[in-house]
Design a protein around this ligand. Sequence first.
Ligand SMILES: [Zn+2]
Ligand SMILES: [Zn+2]
Length: 369
Amino acid sequence: MMEITAAVLTAPKQKFEIENIQLDTELRPEEILVKIVATGLCHTDIAIRDQHLPFGFPGILGHEGAGIVVKTGSSVTKVKAGNHVVLAPASCGKCSYCKSGHPSYCISFFPMNFGGIRNDGSCPYHSHDGTGIAGFFFGQSSFATYSLVSENNVVKVPEDVQLEILGPLGCGLQTGAGTVLNVLKPSSGESIVIAGVGPVGLAAIMAAKAAGCTSIIAVDIFDNRLDLAKELGATDTINSRELIVSEEINNRLSPGGVHYAVDTTGRNAVINQLLGSLRFMGTCAVVGILPAEKLEVDSQFFTMGRTLKYVIEGDSVPDIFIPQLIELHKKGMFPFDKLIRFYELNDINAAVEDSEKGITLKAIVRMPQ
Ligand SMILES: [Zn+2]
Ligand SMILES: [Zn+2]
């Protein structure tokens, strides 16, 4: 047993409470104990708080962790104590999706990332009165000073980059960048529109620029976010509160339509606007949580070889993709540090509030050291 500090969510729609709790550190063979240095705050943490996705209470959220390996279980070979790691979503490594290089669609994705306990039913997180606390959120529950993870979902990262900023590569940033680089795979000179330029959309924009897209159109309802999109690589911007996206694109910015679209809003009307902006055989990728049960698509747009595709976590293999994003960052081609604002663990509720208000794009919560 060791004492750790965690931001615990005790009930839906409440604030996080900073608590000292017990973690059983007797590791299973594949497990790794990681000292968390910092962790990003992602929209999905807020969606869990509001019960748009299921998770147990009391529970520890956080799924963009970065830290240092403390100790490893008997079968672990990927990392050793002292290594810097980024934590990615959990996956089984054994199913046909994992084996074919698509761990984001792992057959066990939901139980492993939202189940709150180990596969064998045990729960290593407890409050001092013995109450079990749900952990293993996205295989990590990184709103804590220490995290129990599996060999499958740690990614070893180089030590010559600031570890504190790397956590969001494990979810939000790989979602945006991976959707472009792993799924849409634009050729240089092609065109793309990205709707909703929060951290995921901005990562998609930086990736589109890195891939050589020559027409990168950012869509949002906030001018300050569109300004940042331009700074990070957008060639054109559309404020969709003022203009009709498909008309702007077809009539002015990219006559005949764009090759690709990325939607980060999950909104039916926006997805239809994007489909209406595609050229023949174009593809629209949807990421993020769909708030409505039904997605209704205008059949007029859904013809001529167009594709609508849902993408989880950028369909990446984190062990390969996260180091690639770090290399792009080192070369100045993926300047995601411009999105970041740091908060201390005690101020995690302010980080949530600022993120919801749009004051902060990517909050990173630092753990007390
Ligand atoms: Zn699997
Ligand atoms: Zn996330």
